[in-house]
Design a protein around this ligand. Sequence first.
Ligand SMILES: Nc1ncnc2c1ncn2[C@@H]1O[C@H](COP(=O)(O)OP(=O)(O)OP(=O)(O)O)[C@@H](O)[C@H]1O
Length: 243
Amino acid sequence: MALIELTDLSYDYPNTCGLDQLNLQLNAGEFICLMGPNGSGKSTLLRILSGLEPATQGTYTFDGQVITTDYLADPQDRQRLHQQIGLVFQNTDVQLFNTSVADEIAFGPRQLGLSEAEVAQRVTDCLALTHSSDLRDRVPYQLSGGEKKRVALASVLALNPRVLLLDEPLNGLTIAAQQQMLTLLQTLQAAGKTIIMASHNFKQVQAVAPRFVIFNADHQIQADLTATELTAQPDQQAELLTL
Ligand SMILES: Nc1ncnc2c1ncn2[C@@H]1O[C@H](COP(=O)(O)OP(=O)(O)OP(=O)(O)O)[C@@H](O)[C@H]1O
């Protein structure tokens, strides 16, 4: 059984279509890159997968549980989903609100009611994993864009989710920092996490992501290809390089 299953899933904003009739199955342990033009629906899909919004139509099933409006309205159910599937936002400023990096990373585990010893361990582990130990006592909003991305990822990892959703995690990073982020995501996948990232940076991700789900401007899935299948489609690759 797929970990994530979307059936005829659509999402409408008040005056715009966000997603149109998606059918998709994603398995536990996969590394998937969502691609497509600006406004095609990548961020909307990540928000729905993370449980921030219910679908307008169709079905989202996570690990056998249908994620309905009622499910998301129940605080305990909602928290259960958030613990399993964590979203690193495109704009990390909306995600970072504590006065120190250590408190930022501790926030989620404290909400879960973990002991202070466990919280401290998770903070130390997640700082190390994201190469951010030197940032421990810094003020999050004073960090550089790349540092903020690492801290936002560390704060999501601190909840030990099964699935990591990342919205344009390479944006604003130097080439070296982009490589470091991709290597880290590969390490997390090797440790058993499912990675789902939106990116328009095909050059950087093509050698890393094994599967590409590609949206068109009509908010539909245009193609769902393995990296090997994609190498056999030069037209599709050329299109991705223009994003
Ligand atoms: N809060 C909102 N209110 C109304 N329409 C929205 C809102 N957010 C997104 N949209 C619209 O929904 C569609 C999908 O947007 P979305 O942000 O999911 O695309 P995207 O593929 O992530 O784009 P980008 O690559 O620019 O981040 C677009 O037409 C967008 O204008």
